[in-house]
Design a protein around this ligand. Structure first.
Ligand code: FAD
Length: 306
């Protein structure tokens, strides 16, 4: 059995593995795709201490750093069930059963996609999901934000300070963001708001995005916006489907954690985008992963006394 079994091999899981292994305890990482969301990222310019890198390079660096220690990596394996107990069990889709004294959940999240033509083709070539990450790439350009909830409106406000012009496109008849955010948004000169707008296609020149079409759902008319970027902000979905009913999740499906990364199940910790910790960023996931590993180590020390 493992002393610490980490589920997830993104930045949070990798950091947890390094911190656990450095305590000299038996550490395993079970990951569907080692590297996580970073593998889908092009430029990374906000990982403190690195002016610039790219996702695939960052993912390789994560893996090399983890492999520098004695960590058992089980890649391309999906966890399907967590069974709490004195020894905690993690079952995989392939039928394996792993047991551990403590578990760190770091299964991350995925951006909800709009599923229109052009979205996949131009991902990272004008189609973006993270304004904190990619906003500065559109300095002085025209962008659309799809989604009028809190994240969409926050993104539009944030981007309006960087880009030339923002068009916010909301599917419903009105914005769903908090009133204070809507008020701020409406006060900005370089923002247009479209409600009842169904995005139907993202266009490009074969290399990068140059327009978006949407249908005005109240008139049925189609409109084309010329622009250079589209930020899809219709939700971040935590990868917790397999944990429902086992531990406490927020109403958005995120794992509830306290300041020490503890979940509602003793011996089970969580870190990164899969948790309720605000702001989904690499540098934050890394810090949370380290914290969860130190908490797990502390738990092991205390529970081995009796
Ligand atoms: P993830 O990176 O999501 O990793 C989750 C891990 O868990 C993966 O290994 C996955 O395969 C695994 N997993 C999931 N479910 C299971 C399961 N059931 N069983 C086993 N394994 C499982 N952040 C920045 O700070 N700067 C940026 O420039 C930046 N750009 C981004 C660009 C894009 C396109 C995207 C999508 C995200 C970007 N982010 C950026 C956000 C950043 O990638 C995330 O905040 C970070 O990766 C979260 O790390 P994590 O370890 O919590 O989760």
């Amino acid at each position: 059995p493992f002393d610490v079994l980490i589920v997830g091999g993104g930045p949070a899981g990798a950091a947890a593995a390094i911190y656990a292994a450095r305590k000299g305890i038996r550490t395993g990482v079970l990951a569907d795709r080692f590297g996580g969301q970073v593998l889908d990222t092009l430029a990374i310019e906000n990982f403190v201490s690195m002016k610039e890198t790219d996702g695939p390079r960052f993912a390789i660096a994560l893996e090399e750093h983890v492999k520098h220690y004695e960590v058992e990596i089980m890649n391309t394996q999906r966890a399907s069930k967590l069974v709490p107990g004195k020894m905690i069990e993690v079952q995989t889709e392939s039928g394996a059963v792993l047991s551990a004294k403590s578990v760190i959940l770091a299964t991350g999240a995925r951006w909800r996609e709009i599923n229109v033509p052009g979205e996949k083709e131009y991902r990272n070539h004008g189609v973006a999901y993270c304004p904190h990450c990619d906003g500065p790439l559109f300095k002085g350009k025209r962008v659309a934000v799809i989604g009028g909830g809190n994240s969409g409106v926050e993104a539009a406000i944030d981007l309006a300070g960087i880009v030339a012009h923002v068009t916010l496109v909301e599917f419903g008849g009105e914005l769903r963001a908090d009133a204070v955010l809507q008020k701020k948004l409406r006060s900005l000169q370089n923002v247009d708001i479209i409600t009842s707008g169904q995005t139907t296609e993202i266009h490009g020149d074969g290399k990068k995005v140059n327009a978006l079409t949407y249908t005005d759902r109240s008139t049925g008319q189609s409109h084309k916006l010329e622009l250079e970027g589209v930020f899809v902000q219709i939700g971040l979905v935590p990868n917790t489907e397999w944990l429902k009913g086992t531990l406490d999740l927020s109403r958005h499906g995120e794992i509830e954690v306290n300041a020490r990364g503890e979940t509602s199940v003793p011996g089970v910790f969580a870190a990164g985008d899969v948790t309720t910790v605000p702001f989904k960023q690499i540098v934050i996931a890394v810090g949370e992963g380290a914290k969860a590993a130190l908490s797990a180590f502390d738990y092991l020390v205390r529970s081995s006394v009796d």
